[in-house]
Structure formats: C-alpha cells, structure tokens
Design a protein around this ligand. Sequence first.
Ligand SMILES: [Zn+2]
Length: 96
Amino acid sequence: MPLYEFMCAKCGSREEVFSRTVQTDIVAPKCAHAGKEPGHDMRRIVSKFAQHKTMADQLAEAEAKFGQEVDAAMGPEPDVGRLARRYESLAKDLPE
Ligand SMILES: [Zn+2]
C-alpha cells in the first residue's frame, strides 16, 4: 500500500496521499494556500526510503546526541561506599 508525497511548487508545503493500490494517475492534493494566490500546484516528489534501525543503533544515536546533556544533568556519580558507611553509622541509633 503505497504512500505518495506531493510538494507545492510555490511554498514547498508537503502532503502525503495514502493509496490502497498502486496507481499511476493519482490525484494531487490541494495546497493549503491554494485559492489565495496562484501557483500553489502540488507536484509529486520522490519519497525517501525508510531506514530501519536496530535498538543498539538507536541507543548509540541517542547517546551521541544527548549523552553529555544527561551526564551534566545527573552530576557526578555518587560514592556508594561513603553513602553505605554513612547510612550504617546513622542506623546505629535506630531501635530494632
Ligand atoms: Zn503552496
């Protein structure tokens, strides 16, 4: 089931037309600006191919894009040993 893409020759707005069958004479949609001024004719364009990525690819991409930002927001890693000793000393006075 193909998806046809159209782009306005004047303003560049894009529309997608979904079709249940492969058609050679598909009717172009109207540009949202058509009627207000001439020249907003939609022309069919070549669609980009979908690229399927694995979860590992998506994670690597997210790490490259947001990794530094997330690290900055999280701050330095906690000293787990120091926290454990602190909780242990605080827990000494607690009743059973
Ligand atoms: Zn237009």
